[in-house]
Write a protein that binds this ligand. Structure first.
Ligand SMILES: CC(C)(COP(=O)(O)OP(=O)(O)OC[C@H]1O[C@@H](n2cnc3c(N)ncnc32)[C@H](O)[C@@H]1OP(=O)(O)O)[C@@H](O)C(=O)NCCC(=O)NCCS
Length: 186
């Protein structure tokens, strides 16, 4: 029998009402994994302030939504603060643990790539824990390349953590990222 057709993924801009679900997805990763180097769960107030700061800065916060609500989120923001870095952004992507492997992460990062291209950006960077082999495989599938490996820059769960940077150059003609740009104010 043929496999069922893939379920279409809805990616949209997040609203403030999505922040509790964004927080739940993030805190699950904080508590159980080294995907984030936060050590303690983040409060709702802090995540609301984070969201407001993102929106005020004109940075995109995207979510995927399904039957059970928000299933994933992604964003980018400045890589480093000095103005010479203005064409480079650093992104984050988190998919609810029971919704992985369904193309949601790809849909989110494709939409971020489209947004970055539309803004005339040149480079996207992701910071991944070196033990997070799933995220490394994911980013490699999307065209990112590992470009830096920092030894023992993090410490969580009683051990030193290595951090990998992956990078995508948004060169004209590159096929990485096929998402449609959302209506995001610059
Ligand atoms: C990394 C993460 C975002 C991937 O999201 P996802 O929705 O499961 O990924 P997708 O289903 O869109 O997969 C896209 C591609 O990556 C590959 N991929 C995804 N996870 C993978 C894994 N663990 N191992 C190998 N390949 C993987 C898929 O096979 C797929 O390839 P294909 O399109 O060629 O078939 C998700 O696992 C996650 O949220 N992890 C925890 C948080 C995290 O580590 N975030 C990154 C740090 S910012």
């Amino acid at each position: 029998m043929d496999a069922p057709p893939p379920v279409p993924v809805t990616v949209r801009l997040a609203t403030r009402a999505d922040v509790p679900a964004i927080l739940d997805i993030y805190n699950h990763a904080v508590i159980h994994t080294t995907a984030s180097y936060d050590l303690e769960p983040v409060s709702l107030d802090s995540r609301l302030a984070w969201f407001d700061h993102k929106v005020d800065g004109g940075w995109p916060v995207l979510v995927t939504v399904g039957g059970g609500g928000v299933t994933g989120w992604a964003t980018f923001g400045p890589f480093r603060e000095k103005p010479g870095y203005r064409y480079t952004v650093e992104h984050s992507v988190y998919v609810r643990d029971d919704c992985r492997g369904q193309g949601l992460g790809r849909a989110l990062v494709d939409a971020l790539i489209a947004e970055a291209r539309a803004r005339g950006l040149h480079s996207m960077i992701g910071g991944l824990d070196a033990d997070n082999t799933g995220s490394l495989a994911f980013h490699t599938r999307l065209g990112f390349e590992p470009v830096a490996h920092f030894r023992q820059v993090g410490h969580k769960f009683g051990r030193w953590l290595d951090l990998i940077f992956v990078q995508l150059l948004l060169e004209p003609g590159s096929t990485a990222g096929s998402g449609t740009r959302l209506d995001v104010a610059p």
